[in-house]
Design a protein around this ligand. Structure first.
Ligand SMILES: *Cc1c(COP(=O)(O)O)cnc(C)c1O
Length: 379
């Protein structure tokens, strides 16, 4: 790439910025205001929670993976009392559990929830949980960074008040900008919170005042221009490759093929690789987490698989699990351009090689056939 492509650009106009916002709103199926935050997705997630939670209020934090843990910290920091609803990370939160928590704590005003967790590979039933939260009257904040473009995301229909996305997962786009939709109820709540960030990079109210209410005619500060153009380009690419439905189908197939493939690598009677999230229903289309047998260390297996795959082809979308799960779990990040048969089959081949060199027999033919049958069901 020549540097002029990156450097000698026309300024990004307010009009173009607003047009990109409208396209993000349509990805989210929302008529609410959308703010494209000029930083990675943790920026709007923190901005939402610090804006909506206030001292003396109570929030329900649904924890189904590491991001939920982070949200609990921000909520407590904002002075809110936090009720944590933690479910095992290889399952999903059930609407009944949320209903019970709300009934036990009628004072709950805000619920934070992650849609899909790329780190743990599970996905939550947001439509059902959203209905429960709406009938209680609380605000719902959803982290949809890992679900957008990988599975349906119906912000308005599901009653999501604050819906946060990032471009870096299934959209196959930039990590340096992110977006949040803000319902009227959420704006009212944040505006009524004397502790909501103001005159701050974390302030959604600043965007409302200086950008939205001012008619979207002048940007409040210099935009992250390259990242905005990359966001626009990745939305173009999604549209040109069949739209959201086609993107959902690619991610769903990649997840199903990975689940089938890793299971078939070792016979059922042997201790081998198994999907970390046992129920298909709870498995996120964006990424597949895999439990490694107790005799092996996931970090070593991943390094060995990555080394086996170093043949000049693109980087393998494979990583060891994070934090406490690093020894026992690995992740296949089959999202964006890697939501494809080629990427999944390369991961299976590398895992087969790594298993064999660790002394575990692996049947790559069976695994490849199981994965390929997902794309060609009549085989
Ligand atoms: C990826 C992801 C984010 C963004 O965090 P990074 O670790 O910085 O990529 C936020 N929430 C969820 C659920 C994610 O999967």
């Amino acid at each position: 790439m020549t540097s002029s492509v990156l450097l000698d650009l026309e300024p990004l106009t307010a009009e173009r910025f607003a047009a990109i916002e409208r396209r993000v709103a349509s990805l989210l199926h929302t008529t609410a205001d959308v703010v494209i935050t000029q930083g990675e997705a943790l920026l709007p997630l923190e901005a939402c929670l610090r804006g909506a939670a206030r001292p003396g209020s109570t929030a329900l934090n649904v924890v189904t993976g590491p991001y939920g843990q982070t949200f609990g910290g921000w909520l407590r920091d904002s002075g809110a009392t936090v009720v944590d609803l933690e479910v095992p990370y290889h399952t999903a939160a059930a609407p009944e559990q949320v209903e019970r928590a709300l009934a036990e704590h009628p004072e709950i005003e805000l619920v934070s929830l992650v849609h899909a967790e790329a780190a743990t590979g599970n996905t939550n039933p947001v439509a059902e949980i959203g209905a429960v939260v709406r009938s209680h009257g609380a605000l719902l904040m959803l982290d949809a960074v890992a679900s957008v473009a990988a599975e349906p995301l119906l912000t308005d229909e599901w009653g999501v008040d604050l819906c946060v996305i990032g471009g870096q997962k299934a959209m196959g786009g930039p990590a340096g900008v992110s977006a949040v939709s803000v319902s009227d109820r959420a704006w009212d709540r944040i505006a009524a919170n004397p502790h909501a960030p103001r005159r701050s990079y974390l302030s959604l109210l600043d965007w409302k005042e200086r950008w939205i209410d001012a008619g979207r005619t002048a940007l409040p500060h210099a935009p992250a221009q390259l990242e905005m153009l990359a966001l626009e380009a990745c939305i173009d690419r999604i549209e040109e490759s069949g739209g959201l439905e086609a993107s959902f189908a690619r991610h769903l197939a990649a997840a199903a093929a990975t689940r089938a493939g890793v299971t078939a690598l070792t016979p059922p009677a042997e201790a081998g690789l198994r999907p970390y999230v046992p129920a298909d229903r709870d498995a996120a289309p964006v990424a597949t987490t895999v439990r490694v047998p107790e005799s092996l260390d996931a970090r070593e297996l991943v390094s060995s698989a990555l080394a086996a795959a170093q043949d000049g082809s693109p980087a393998l979308p494979l990583a060891a699990g994070g934090g406490a799960l690093a020894g026992e779990m690995l992740r296949v990040n089959h999202y964006g351009p890697d939501a494809s048969p080629g990427s999944v089959l390369r991961v299976l081949a590398a895992l087969a090689a790594a298993l064999r060199s660790a002394g575990v027999p692996a049947d790559l033919d069976a695994a490849s056939a199981a994965a390929e049958s997902i794309w060609s069901p009549d085989q």
